[in-house]
Write a protein that binds this ligand. Sequence first.
Ligand code: URA
Ligand code: SF4
Length: 219
Amino acid sequence: MVTTRAPEDAYTAEPFVPSRAGLPSLRRAAADCRGCPLHRDATRTVFGEGTADARVMLVGEQPGDQEDRQGKPFVGPAGKLLDRALAEAGIDPADAYVTNAVKHFKFTRAEPRKRRIHKAPTLREMAACGPWLAAEVAVVKPELIVLLGASAGKALLGSSFRVGEMRGAVLEREVHGRQERLVATVHPSSVLRARDDADREAAYEGLVADLKVAARALA
Ligand code: URA
Ligand code: SF4
């Protein structure tokens, strides 16, 4: 078999994304995406979860270890924390479509056979995977997009996005030719990484406060 490798700048999911497809077809096609090198080491594509009539779309960074094993977004520790914060903010999970900027788990191992350690995706990988996220937004047409952390923000609003400057307010921006309302907040993993209990509590309360802004925007 002859394998050809695309030049790095040509990384893109584009040729794998069926046009005018619904969520089931998109999900099936995404399972075979080879748009960038991240599919090689990951177990599977982790596509978004939720229905096409979801009112709010939550966008994370990329699947983690548990998501890679189970094939669903936000089912690991960050997902548990997110569920708790959503409940506290009054956002019904049934109203939410949950996805990530990048659909394959990127990781390093300190040593062979050791635990897999999350590695942040590059802007190039986020750009490569962007056509999947764009297709999800086009099908779901959410009333509001919640950006969970800097990667989600950069993926949809550009590389100059900063969570600290943008969080906790309803933003109105054109994204892929559609006028969107968005609320940015921190990534739930950043709450888990806090130095001590006091920092963790403050970070969690900040996340909940931002999600309450999203809940009010949906009311
Ligand atoms: N972190 C993310 O950004 N997404 C997941 O699905 C899980 C952890
Ligand atoms: Fe395709 Fe995205 Fe996976 Fe890269 S990360 S192979 S673009 S689905």
